[in-house]
Write a new protein. Sequence first.
Lengths: 366, 79
Amino acid sequence: MLSEFRDREIAKKILKRIFEEAKKIGKEVRFMDVCGTHEDTITRFGIRALLPKNVKILAGPGCPVCITPVEDIVRMMEILKREKEKMIVTTFGDMYRIPTPKGSFADMKSEGYDVKIVYSIYDSYKIAMRNKERTVVHFSPGFETTTAPTAGMLWEVIEKGVENFKIYSVHRLTPPAVEYLLREGTTLNGLITPGHVSTIIGVRGWEYLTREYKVPQVISGFEPIDVLLSILMLLKMLRDEEIRIENEYTRAVKYKGNEEAQKKIEELFEVVDAKWRALGVIQRSGYSLKDKYGDYEISNLYDIEVEELPDLERGCRCGEVLRGLILPTECPLFGRVCTPRHPVGPCMVSYEGTCQIFYKYGSLYG
Amino acid sequence: MCLAIPGKVVEIRDNLAIVDYGGVRREARIDFIRELKVGDYVIVHTGFAIEKMDEEAAKRSIEAWDELLSSDEPHILED
Ligand code: SF4
């Protein structure tokens, strides 16, 4: 199934059309992706190098682990230090290694604390079921696509009255981050809108950005053909001067999104102002558990002051990478001082981070 | 990161499905998917199916490419 979405001949035809449209437009246009999986497709298949010179692809804040605030990671570590063997912390593999000025979860593990890498919050739940005498906390980053699983799991925890399972929510919403970039002056002529976030929030979750900021969008799938088609669709909209939101990924994204998932998220979480590492506070961009479910949020149960810490090491330009202002190759540390084995900043640690994706696929960026 | 490829449902037990990705099988929660049956394709993210793949829509979009790609105007490249 879906082999057409990787067909070389089709890709060539689309590229030819992209060149035609770009030539008619004449001036430089800048499109942004805001999803690590899109950036992976774009870099892995060398799409930047294939495009006409006047079509630029920027990478935006598509890495939830990269933007998780240092203070939250440190607060979680402080809670674990207090509880010692009475607590197990679970999180995803890349979150585990994210550096802060006070170390990482991986460092805590090597000091003997119980931190486990999981693939799913469901795995954390199973760990909690097997360890009833200990508190299991899932440190839970991610955009809407990951917030939905958290909401689903927590729903079951609440219904069953499970007492030893908690979360630390650092979930974030994606449209407010794009809005923030637009307000801050990142120049964008179109958005390659993240397909899997859109399976949850639907086409309608993004419409206001096009309405209010006049930015064309195409909700895109993740095969190379999907991304190329989306670029072509954006170019056509610009040339026809018809600013719209279109859905290229109709095989997965509905206009209203996944309403079951939305219902669970809305029942459990409220939307609050939230900090993004290296970007600052973005209005109404975070998911926090509602007061009535507040006992399931571990940070509510401890009074721990964490001083404000620097987001990045000196010289790390992750903030500009996340804003789409530079590509990783413009950072002097990239590939020399900073590599996935010895990362300086979060954008090199996460497999969704633009710096790591660029490093991994080496010469293919163009 | 999101798995970009859909997997095929080979077994359903309550709110769990066994999903096959070209030979590799993994379990996925299906809390958010209504009317799922064996043989359907799903997109799974961090262990939860987030949407069912609509094969009809996939076929329709492949058909729509023809239209998008046939409207090319070859003379443009020559000037
Ligand atoms: S290459 Fe390393 S130091 Fe440079 S911006 Fe990326 S993460 Fe920061």
